[in-house]
Design a protein. Structure first.
Length: 390
């Protein structure tokens, strides 16, 4: 066989091999995209319509690796993955909250070791939540900028499908949550803080009415949290109030959750109670819930409940027992919002007669309370210092 013939045979073999493997790759990519398309059209809508956030959370934990595996096959998992990362982040946030409540109870009891351990655990879960949410945000930002040829936070994409707009909304919210949880973790994930400003500008691209007031509510929260972000902008709390009306009418109470987050960050008791009452008045069997987005409405409710549980635990040592705790607080009426649990915890026996204490004795008690609060503050600082020590 001549050298020319051998060369031709070698080239033919190489071409055949290349065609064969590229054909397999094409089949795999096509199969992955078809599967994702089926999931987006027939699996995502039922997930968004369910009201079981714990099940969605478990779905996010279990399916995210499988969904992301299709990216290596050449498919585009962004739509599914952003939802799954968001749900998985919710799982970690719930664990972080439980650890934080344990920290608060231990601090109030003066148990330094238990409180220190709870704080470390809280930061670990917050870091995991930030990592998942940041992964979802990065995936969304990279794919959407490439697909729609725009720069996030500087211009707006020309989205036509409602699913793409919903993914855009969830992607931006995930970015903001990643920033917050990374701060709570002590900066373990190093999420860039400038994401908050990008989210604020990016939310202006969405129709505020179509998405239940969430875009403007998100912007308003950032105006309250980010120095300078609210300059020459409308009053943030008035914007939140207006957005909450849209959320209640649309049956998705994300603006209520965002108001609660902003109120908690402000540290203003009156504002916190107003946020909780506003949400409490918006729920009930006769109140609207969007049948297509029950999951988002439920997730919003969990965000508000987290604020309420934190607020109740800081002040009573016990989380809110039922929904009446949104509207009736421990220091307002004999009904302390704890139901039968309150009787078991705080009613040690028959009521005592009215006190005949003199004003001087009352002042002495007030002074002792102030001293106790000061000691609690010093204990919190000591615990934080110890938990951050190498």
């Amino acid at each position: 066989m001549s050298k020319v013939q051998k060369l031709c045979q070698g080239m033919a073999l190489a071409v055949t091999t290349m065609v064969t493997f590229s054909g397999c790759s094409y089949v795999v990519k096509t199969g992955a995209n078809v599967s994702l398309g089926f999931a987006e059209n027939h699996i995502v809508p039922p997930i968004l319509a369910m009201d079981d956030a714990d099940m969605a959370c478990a779905t996010g934990n279990s399916l995210t690796p499988a969904i992301m595996a299709t990216k290596d096959m050449g498919a585009d998992p962004t739509r599914m993955a952003v939802l799954m990362y968001s749900a998985a982040g919710l799982c970690a946030e719930n664990h972080a909250l439980e650890s934080e409540l344990r920290y608060i109870r231990s601090s109030k009891a003066g148990n330094v070791t238990e409180a220190q351990d709870a704080r470390v655990e809280q930061k670990r879960w917050a870091a995991l939540a930030a990592k998942r949410q940041y992964s979802g945000y990065l995936l969304f930002a990279e794919r959407w900028e490439s697909k729609y040829r725009f720069k996030l936070g500087e211009s707006c994409p020309s989205m036509k499908k409602d699913l793409d707009k919903t993914v855009y909304l969830l992607g931006l919210i995930s970015g903001l949550q990643a920033v917050t949880n990374d701060i709570n973790s002590g900066g373990q994930v190093n999420v860039p803080k400038d994401i908050a400003a990008i989210v604020e500008r990016g939310m202006a691209c969405l129709d505020n009415n179509q998405f239940w007031g969430t875009p403007n509510a998100t912007r308003a929260v950032i105006w309250t949290l980010l120095p300078g972000a609210g300059d020459n902008k409308p009053d943030p709390y008035q914007t939140l109030k207006q957005s909450m009306q849209l959320g209640e009418r649309g049956g998705v109470r994300l603006p209520h959750a965002l108001y609660a987050v902003a109120a908690q960050a402000s540290g203003d008791n009156a504002r916190i109670r107003d946020a909780l009452r506003s949400y409490g008045q918006s729920i009930g069997e006769d109140k609207a819930v969007n049948p297509d987005y029950r999951l988002l409405n439920t997730m919003a409710g969990l965000m508000v409940r987290a604020v309420a549980d934190r607020y109740w635990t800081e002040n009573t040592g016990v989380r809110m027992a039922d929904d009446s705790g949104y509207s009736t607080f421990w220091d307002e009426t004999p009904d302390d919002g704890l139901g039968d649990l309150g009787i078991d915890l705080f009613d040690d026996g028959p009521s005592t007669p009215a006190s005949d204490e003199t004003p001087a004795e009352e002042l002495q008690e007030a002074s002792e309370i102030d001293q106790d609060q000061s000691q609690d503050s010093e204990l919190d600082q000591s615990i934080d210092d110890q938990s951050e020590a190498p």
